[in-house]
Design a protein around this ligand. Structure first.
Ligand code: ADP
Ligand code: MG
Length: 483
């Protein structure tokens, strides 16, 4: 018998339901002359029949109640479902059937919801951008993996400020929690490495509300805070601004010199033939400097434009380098700096743009002649290097100049960077040569390395992938290859 079944209650119900019948029988015995014996027998039959019926329905109702209580206290999975009761009445069995169907559909719905939630959690964790879901009482409801990496573990049930210390973000978060309006701001996170983020704070609305004004849940999820890394964007904005400022400055200097000399030639030096010749010489030099600068700038922008389409034609580098060396022979002789070219008998081809690669070696040899010491040799050497199954062609240009300080080496390929700006300018340098080299090598999907020892000299090496026609070498570089 189910535990909620009570005999006292069953007897009470039997008496209650038998009462109308018993009253009718008593009436018949008193006023209609039904003899007392028959009335008592009929009364007993009524009580027994009502008792039996009540027993069946009351027991079914108690069993169903108990079953529902068990269902309520049994969490899924369905494997440990409580046993269904055996019921005496058809109505009870029908009711049980409906209950079982309802339970099954709830379990299915719950399963779907759980799967949806788990997918959502995986999506949140897969996001690259750190994301926090904050409750109405400023505790952290959810922190995805990127945010844990950036801010550390989310404190359980503690204020978000334990994780997120930036005062501007906290102030904006408070404002959003108070008025339910989205906000965004830019912040800089100084540690572990300086990073800039665009922070967006979006309120979460209770389902069914559309304005969200003042309707944020008291302590449930109330706002989503995302951090989008804009460090490289900021850096490239800064680089662009610096580049424009540098280029204008570089152009303005020779331009002002030209304007100044023109004024002098028109005025005080009008009749002075000797001064005129000297000034014209300087003007010629300044005009050439401007021409070099403009041509380097144009060349840089052209290379940048097609940097994502690497050359696909295999070429031999030997004639390219020889051509450059021949062109510099006069300068090399003047500076008493012979250029030696060491090249193996056979050199594999590379996928390359001959004009651009000539520009690379022109710039490197020009630098070696400018910054190398007079009466010393410049060595150009080509060799094949193997890294794993990949073979690359390494061409190095070495001088015996004053060398470059270690701290300056990583900055050499920056536009307009010069170790000694005055010296570079006096030698006719634009400060763009190595930036051009870097971009051309990068278009060729190659690598550029600088080694230098102060007082001894510097070696600039260009590594280029060997063309597929050569044995054991790479396929043409893919357009999508990363730089
Ligand atoms: N072979 C070298 N030896 C010493 N310093 C060099 C050498 N090549 C380049 N540098 C340094 O790198 C700077 C940048 O070179 P580059 O971009 O070619 O500009 P530029 O030659 O016009 O000054 C030079 O100003 C110079 O300070
Ligand atoms: Mg140069």
């Amino acid at each position: 018998m189910p535990s909620s079944f009570s005999i006292g209650r069953w007897i009470g119900l039997t008496i209650l339901f038998s009462l109308p019948g018993l009253l009718v029988l008593a009436g018949l015995a008193i006023w209609a002359g039904l003899d007392q014996g028959s009335a008592a027998a009929a009364g007993l039959v009524v009580v027994c029949a009502v008792g039996a019926l009540t027993l069946i329905y009351y027991r079914d109702a108690s069993s169903l109640r108990r079953y529902l209580q068990l269902l309520n206290s049994t969490p899924p999975p369905a494997a440990n479902e409580p046993r269904q009761p055996k019921l005496g009445s058809e109505a009870g069995r029908n009711l049980l059937g409906e209950i079982v169907r309802l339970r099954r559909s709830w379990l299915q719905r719950e399963g779907r919801l759980e799967r949806g939630l788990s997918n959502l959690n995986q999506v949140i964790d897969a996001l690259d951008d750190p994301l926090l879901i904050v409750n109405g009482n400023r505790t952290v409801a959810r922190a995805n993996e990127s945010s844990v990496q950036l801010f550390g573990e989310a404190p359980d049930g503690r204020d978000v400020s334990v994780m997120l210390r930036h005062p501007d973000v906290l102030a904006s978060l408070d404002a959003t929690l108070a008025d339910g309006r989205p906000r965004s701001l830019e912040i800089t996170q100084p540690v572990p490495v300086e990073q800039a983020f665009e922070v967006r704070i979006v309120p979460l609305r209770e389902p069914g509300t559309d304005t969200g004004q003042g309707e944020l849940a008291e302590a449930g999820p109330a706002a989503v805070v995302t951090f989008h890394d804009i460090t490289s964007l900021k850096r490239s904005e800064q680089l662009r601004a610096d580049f424009v400022a540098n280029a204008s400055h570089e152009l303005r200097t020779p331009l002002s010199a030209l304007v100044g000399f023109i004024e002098t030639l028109r005025g005080p030096a009008r009749e002075d033939a000797e001064a005129r010749d000297r000034f014209l010489g300087i003007m010629d030099e300044q005009a050439h400097r401007m021409t070099r600068l403009v041509s380097d700038l144009m060349s840089l922008s052209r290379i940048e434009q097609d940097e994502h389409t690497p050359p696909v034609e295999p070429i031999s580098l030997v004639p390219v380098i020889k051509g450059v060396i021949d062109g510099l022979e006069l300068t090399a002789r003047e500076r008493k700096m012979p250029i030696r070219f060491h090249v193996p008998d056979t050199l594999p081809t590379v996928y390359g743009d001959a004009d651009q690669l000539a520009q690379v070696f022109q710039n490197l040899l020009d630098n070696a002649l400018k910054y190398g010491r007079e009466d010393t040799e410049i060595t150009v050497a080509a060799r094949v290097e193997r890294t794993g199954r990949r073979r690359t062609l390494a061409i190095s240009v070495a001088d015996r100049g004053q060398g470059i300080e270690k701290d300056h080496i990583p900055r050499l390929t920056e536009r307009f960077f010069r170790v000694d700006p005055a010296r570079s300018r006096s030698l006719g340098g634009t400060g763009l040569g190595l930036a051009i080299v870097k971009h051309i090598v990068s278009r060729h999907r190659g690598r550029f390395a600088v080694e230098s020892t102060l007082g001894e000299g510097s070696t600039f090496t260009v590594y280029l992938p060997i063309a597929a026609s050569a044995k054991g070498s790479a396929a043409p570089p893919q357009q999508s290859a990363a730089l």
